[in-house]
Design a protein around this ligand. Sequence first.
Ligand SMILES: [Zn+2]
Length: 64
Amino acid sequence: MSDDDTFCASGTPAAAPDTDKASGPPYAECVLCREPTEYPESTKGSTLCPVCEWREAERAACSG
Ligand SMILES: [Zn+2]
């Protein structure tokens, strides 16, 4: 019996990184939808809101 479970929806997307979380406003804008993220404005690089972050993670997990 093969146990090769490559079903995309198995498992949950990785939780958002708990580093550099802002404890309050101002938050950086999501680079995709302009919604406020959980990250401070001083965060370098692209910031994603929880929704877009989750979608990106799922896309990465389901590439192909
Ligand atoms: Zn977003």
